[in-house]
Design a binder for this molecule. Sequence first.
Ligand code: NAP
Length: 262
Amino acid sequence: MSLESLFSLKGKTALVVGASRGIGLAIAKEIAAAGAHTILAARSADKLAEEVAALKAQGYSADSRSVDMADSDSIRAFAAEFRGHTDILINVAGTNVRRRMQDYTKEEYDRILGINLHGIFELCQHIGGGMVEGGKGGKIIHIGSLMSLLGIPFLSVYAISKAGLAGLTRVQAAEWGQYNVQVNCIAPGFILTALNQDMWKPKHMHDWLHGAQANPRMGTPEDLAGLAVYLSAPASDYVTGQVIAVDGGYTTTANWPFEPAY
Ligand code: NAP
């Protein structure tokens, strides 16, 4: 296979759910650039329409749909249109509230798990089910988090959702491998977006990151896009059930104050 066809998404239809801004938008742009007919989905219909117009102006094939991942009826209606016609499903939609564990309200708990985990599970039942029935295989990519791999304070509910996605990734891969559906999870590190920009305003947060991470800069949404294209493309046909961190080395390296004497 040529290098181009290893990474080409020509002739494929991709759903990117949570594509109105941030990581999802950056991924959707590169999925469209790789040749897929790309459906940008989220709640913000106007913003999605703007982004689709910009992609079309560049000669790419794209469209938008509204979906609320907290609402089963909305998920069902969205999925009904694309079941059996989707080659690539990328689940990016997510939300977060940071609190001491004992302070979460039931409403916050239900909302975070509803969007980050239950809605995604339900969408996968429809779209993944369609891939299995269709017999043409497919690719499913979840966006997890560092919380898919480790624990950081004040993120308990988010951690349940993202660790849940890592578990779901492995079981879906196990169930659907025989149908040529590959399922993987990208675990982004510290990526500056609307979801966390207030948290990253204080200088001490950046000073801490500089000491803690092998690559000391914060990540950008664009840092995630290349891996998403790879996991959507034929190049990754033998990769499944993986949780892959894109985190500047945060989960795999450590710094220490030792300096060699010479
Ligand atoms: P963001 O800029 O806030 O984007 C979140 C996206 O999810 C938006 O497109 C939003 O669109 C969509 N969304 C939220 N609630 C939704 C709902 N109920 N139904 C449908 N779509 C919904 O945040 P981001 O940082 O890019 O995060 C994207 C994903 O990456 C999330 O799953 C997040 O947990 C994960 N992540 C982020 C980081 C980071 O450091 N930023 C690190 C690890 C993992 P609408 O508001 O238009 O619906």
